[in-house]
Design a protein around this ligand. Structure first.
Ligand SMILES: [Mg+2]
Length: 348
């Protein structure tokens, strides 16, 4: 039986700002782009959440909800430094750390003998040590696998520690709404709701063949997840070389115009992902297309900014290579190797 922790800082960017300037702690605070520049809330503190503000909301709307909202631009250099300190503390406990973003990681502590092997005590120790040494509050979920650990870390945020032990798994999962399952987004949720499937126990009653028929390969995954099964290993930290997003469409896109329309929401998602990784330095931008004949093409150019306008010509060039209906569209960025970044900062 594995023991997995999912650790996730509470409103990380805002937490760093409040740590460094305690006068911000009790006032509504949002980190993100200015309303006038069509900015978006990256993170906000709990006083701001009481006004209904949440991340990914437009800053203009946030200011309408709370006119005295205090807005700060993100300071990714500082967030990256704090993140590195937290990662160091994770590694004091176990070498098996898989970072997901600046403030989030999975830890496999199955073979750790400290604290008599109690994952709950390890989680308590991590929370205390990170608070004492870095001044940041982190929520931790403890479970036998990744997907349950991630749900657990969110379960009693802020300052949470929630444990799903192996013998509690069945009970915990029975009433879990299906949109909490890993990989189930709004479209799948709607489809499941239309089939009168709302909780994992509803899902458990569906025969595997039925799920395969409606959801393809993902049906098998739903079958497993609804039983609390998730065998994904905690993958060791490795240098991230690119960040990308892609979608396979329910029906093929017939024209370049349809592709342009479909690219826009992908780019929003890509930008969110770049942001969660602390806006690393970019080297190249690319667009990927799979046509209806399954041929795949990628078009890339050098670029340091992931603004939407730069991707449109890439889409056109890639599409013109076959000019056929499109099954899959992807967009991404390749990152500058960190050594290059460090060398530059030496000369700053
Ligand atoms: Mg977080």
């Amino acid at each position: 039986m594995r023991k997995i922790l999912h650790a996730d800082c509470d409103c990380f960017y805002a937490a760093v700002e409040m740590r460094d300037d305690p006068s911000l702690s009790d006032i509504p605070l949002a980190i993100g782009g200015r309303a006038a520049q069509r900015g978006v809330v990256a993170t906000c503190n709990y006083p701001a959440r009481r006004f209904g503000i949440h991340s990914a909301m437009s800053m203009a709307q946030a200011v309408r909800l709370c006119p005295h909202l205090h807005i700060l631009p993100p300071d990714f250099d500082r967030y990256r430094r704090v993140s590195a300190q937290i990662q160091t503390i994770f590694h004091e406990l176990t070498p098996l750390v898989e970072p997901l973003s600046l403030d989030e990681a999975y830890l496999d502590v199955s073979d750790i003998e400290r604290f008599h092997g109690s994952a709950t005590w390890m989680a308590r120790w991590l929370k205390r040590r990170i608070y004492e040494q870095v001044g940041i509050i982190i929520s931790i979920g403890v479970a036998p696998n990744k997907f349950l650990a991630k749900i657990a870390s969110d379960w009693d945020k802020p300052d949470g520690l929630f444990v799903i032990s192996p013998d509690q798994t069945d009970h915990f999962i029975a009433n879990l709404p299906i949109d909490k399952l890993h990989g189930v987004g709004p479209a799948t949720t709607e489809k499941l709701h239309n089939m009168e499937i709302r909780t994992c126990s509803d899902l458990q009653r569906q025969p595997l063949a039925h799920l395969l028929e409606h959801f393809g390969k993902f049906g098998a995954r739903l079958h497993e997840l609804s039983r609390g099964i998730d065998e994904r290993p905690v993958k060791l930290e490795r240098e991230r070389k690119s960040i990308s997003v892609e979608t396979t469409f329910d029906r093929d896109l017939k024209s370049l115009e349809e592709c342009r329309t479909a690219l826009a929401p992908l780019l929003v998602k890509l930008d969110e992902r770049i942001e969660r990784n602390g806006r690393p330095a970019l080297q190249k931008l690319f667009v990927k297309i799979r046509f209806d004949d399954f041929s795949l093409t990628t078009f890339e150019i050098a670029g340091t900014s992931a603004e939407a306008a730069y991707f449109l010509p890439l889409l056109e060039q890639a599409w013109q290579r076959s000019a056929r209906p499109v099954r899959l569209l992807g967009a991404g960025v390749r990152l500058t190797p960190p050594e290059a970044g460090r060398q530059i900062s030496l000369f700053d």
